[in-house]
Design a binder for this molecule. Structure first.
Ligand SMILES: [Zn+2]
Length: 284
């Protein structure tokens, strides 16, 4: 599933390649992948601004309408043209396939002949066209909690106090409490804060809470910073495997390997219904 850093990578890639280009054609190949206002209202418009809120990508048009893209489990954004190809999102063979592929749900053509493809194998993702009011009243955006960078240590601590009986990892993954934290980042932040992901919030000290928040910012920023090279790796290879995590992961998907800090074997268990990786020594 594309996590927040991956969506930020997509935002930056699209900004670089299709900002200020005029949409001359839009094709919707799967009806349910398009929501909101009539798609014809994007024709003749330029994309004048890119933004990201949590895992939602926002594209503003010069008629003041907004397209909001949710990639969900298997969404991808692929730009072909302008002398290069940009692909990001769910990593699979589509990254190297001819476009449109059989997983393409929506595509756009721009006035310079380049194309943007929204691919989505499982069809849970969508693009929604809204006016300013629609954006303000969008249920997803209204319920979105602040991201780790936008949340103070005091605010994070206050939010934790409302969930004292929950495992800390469940709280980190709850998008209503803190936005954008996926499974990878929850495990990595717990390692950095030296706390077992299954520990109840009531057992967490203020000092550990501060370290958790700082750890989230650190690992998510590292992932964003390496996102650009990720995409190139995907396109060069067969497109089936992501590798950017391997550069910095301390515990995630390292079960059976040695802890980089203490040498103990990294273990895998289940917390909050998710596969969870930890060091039994560092996070005792
Ligand atoms: Zn360790």
């Amino acid at each position: 599933m594309p996590e927040l850093p991956e969506v930020e990578t997509i935002k930056r890639g699209l900004e670089r390649l299709i900002l200020r280009k005029k949409i001359t054609r839009v094709e919707i190949l799967n009806e349910k992948s398009w929501r909101g206002l009539d798609a014809r209202r994007v024709l003749g418009q330029e994309i004048v601004e890119f933004d990201r809120r949590g895992k939602a990508l926002l594209m503003k048009l010069n008629n003041n309408l907004w397209m909001m893209a949710h990639l969900r489990m298997t969404g991808q954004m692929i730009v072909v043209g302008a002398g290069e190809k940009f692909a990001a999102g769910h990593p699979d063979g589509n990254f190297t396939a001819e476009m449109p592929s059989r997983h393409t749900r929506i595509w756009f053509e721009f006035d310079d002949g380049s194309h943007l493809y929204f691919n989505d194998l499982r069809k849970f993702g969508f693009i929604k066209l809204m006016d300013e009011l629609g954006l303000q009243e969008d249920e997803f955006l209204m319920n979105l909690a602040p991201e780790p960078w936008a949340m103070s240590e005091d605010d994070f601590w206050a939010r934790l106090q409302r969930h004292l009986n929950s495992p800390i990892k469940a709280v980190l993954l709850d998008q209503h409490i803190i936005a954008g934290v996926g499974n990878i980042y929850a495990d990595e932040a717990c390692f950095l804060a030296r706390v077992f992901p299954g520990v109840k919030v009531r057992e967490i000290s203020r000092e550990t809470a501060d370290k958790l928040l700082q750890g989230l910012r650190e690992v998510m920023q590292a992932s964003i910073d390496s996102g650009g090279s990720t995409m190139k790796d995907y396109v060069r290879a067969d497109g089936t495997k992501g590798s950017y995590l391997e550069k910095f992961a301390q515990v995630f998907r390292r079960d059976g390997d040695s802890c980089k800090v203490c040498g103990a074997k990294i273990l895998k268990t289940r917390v909050a219904g998710r596969g969870t990786h930890y060091c039994p020594e560092c996070q005792a």
